[in-house]
Write a protein that binds this ligand. Structure first.
Ligand SMILES: Cc1cc2nc3c(=O)[nH]c(=O)nc-3n(C[C@H](O)[C@H](O)[C@H](O)COP(=O)(O)OP(=O)(O)OC[C@H]3O[C@@H](n4cnc5c(N)ncnc54)[C@H](O)[C@@H]3O)c2cc1C
Length: 406
């Protein structure tokens, strides 16, 4: 039996791609339209702040997931690239694009997030953010020009990865962080500080508890003025101060938004037939009994597939109950985090921060809620099942003692 329903996915990146693949995998034979603001086919973002910036990587090597032929011929997807959605009319079930409209029966919102920038320095050249392939090409060209001093505003994961690439090219790098501890919000104060030792060991200067007051220069950035009045000379500045969900196009649509698109446990939004997935979705994660929005690759991939499944076949809709996971590569170290960072205590269960190889666990009340591994790839995933089954803190410590004694 042919299906005459129309699935529309807005956002042609990881979550959007996994949504269209998931729809076809589940046997959906109706029409599928994938709408993207960028001209590019869906591509992978994590390499853009890692290998893609390395001096010996060919910038022509793209991180495209699927060819146009696979998308259109094999997956039967109509691509509307380079045409951002500008509005949503839920009464007419239509997405308004910059160049037309497209009607839907089921809609997935997968518009991700965009990089935050520092206001007031648009007139200066030499200031970059990194979110898209075009951003990465521009940043790579700026690194190839061998700046005298690279300043990175924000000691988050992407800023830290860019610092690693710049140092591997032998460039002088200073990271400026407004909080007293880098990654304090993501990893907690103690273990955030522990990861920052990786920078010091590789000669990256890290200055915390100092805000950036102004960027100055004559047409091109030359220096940053800090909140303590000091000045950092820099001819390349990368702003890595986080991202904001791309929800502007949903204004007045009736889809409820807050810090992201508000969803229930099954990724359904406040409007029937409309689901959200990936960086843009703020959903209720039943595993932690709380609402969250995470900007992690695995989350986007899994939510994209599930949102399509639930949008097309609600009987019964499945919740997205997951232990969040992300990784990050700095210098030659791999950092991995499972779970949620909000905790009442963290403790290192094997290794030491000073050695650059350790595993730390996070508790919330009596429950294990997170695990951080630095250069401990073999063991981190073993904690996933424990966190998922809501293991208690003592059970987690016993497990760790046995695991790391082995
Ligand atoms: C440089 C970089 C490095 C990263 N490294 C890691 C890592 O090491 N580990 C990890 O776990 N995660 C990493 N991430 C995060 C991970 O890549 C994201 O979580 C993932 O890309 C989210 O996928 P998404 O599809 O939800 O959103 P996005 O990838 O942000 O895609 C959203 C898409 O929607 C499009 N769009 C936006 N608005 C509209 C509109 N109005 N109409 C149409 N299209 C629109 C955008 O152009 C974009 O293509 C990294 C991210 C970046 C940027």
């Amino acid at each position: 039996m042919t299906d005459d329903r129309r699935l529309v996915v807005v956002g042609a990146s990881l979550a959007g791609l996994r949504a269209v693949e998931g729809a076809r995998r589940s046997g959906f034979t109706g029409s599928v339209t994938l709408v993207g603001a960028e001209d590019h086919l869906p591509y992978d973002r994590p390499p853009l702040s890692k290998k893609f910036l390395d001096v010996d990587t060919d910038p022509a090597e793209r991180t495209t997931f699927r060819s146009e032929d696979v998308l259109s011929s094999e997956l039967g997807v109509e691509l509307r690239l380079g045409s951002p959605a500008t509005a949503l009319d839920v009464a007419r079930r239509e997405v308004v694009l910059a160049n037309g409209t497209v009607g839907y029966d089921a809609l997935i919102i997968a518009t991700g997030s965009s990089a935050r920038s520092l206001p007031g320095c648009e007139h200066l050249a030499g200031i970059h953010t990194l979110r898209t392939l075009d951003d990465a090409l521009a940043l790579r060209a700026a690194l190839d020009a061998r700046p005298r001093h690279v300043a990175i505003v924000g000691a988050g994961f992407i800023g830290s990865e860019i610092a690693s690439s710049a140092r591997s090219r032998g460039l002088a790098v200073t990271i400026l962080e407004s909080l007293p501890t880098p990654l304090g919000r993501a990893l907690g104060a103690e273990l955030g500080r522990a990861t920052s030792l990786l920078h010091e060991r590789r000669g990256t200067t890290l200055r915390c508890a100092t805000g950036v007051q102004a960027l100055e220069g004559n047409g091109r950035v030359e220096r940053l003025v800090l909140s303590d009045g000091s000045v950092v000379e820099a001819d390349l500045v990368v702003v890595g101060i986080g991202a904001t969900p791309a929800i502007g196009w949903l204004d007045r649509s009736g889809v409820e938004v807050a810090g992201g698109v508000l969803c229930d446990e099954t990724l359904a939004t406040s409007v029937p037939g409309v689901y959200a997935a990936g960086d843009v979705a703020e959903w209720v994660n039943p595993l932690f009994d709380r609402r969250m929005r995470v900007e992690h690759w695995t989350n986007a991939a899994e939510q994209g597939a599930l949102a399509a499944r639930n949008a097309l076949d609600r009987d019964p809709a499945r919740p997205y109950a997951a232990v969040p996971y992300f990784w990050s590569d700095w210098y030659d170290s791999r950092i991995q985090f499972l779970g949620i960072p909000s905790s009442t205590e963290s403790t290192v269960v094997t290794g030491t921060a000073e050695s650059g190889r350790f595993v730390g666990l996070y508790r919330d009340g009596d429950r294990l809620v997170g695990a951080l591994a630095v250069n401990h790839q073999a063991s981190i995933m073993k904690y996933r099942a424990l966190i998922a089954k809501r293991a208690g803190w003592d059970e987690a410590l016993d497990f760790a003692a046995r695991l790391h004694a082995a």
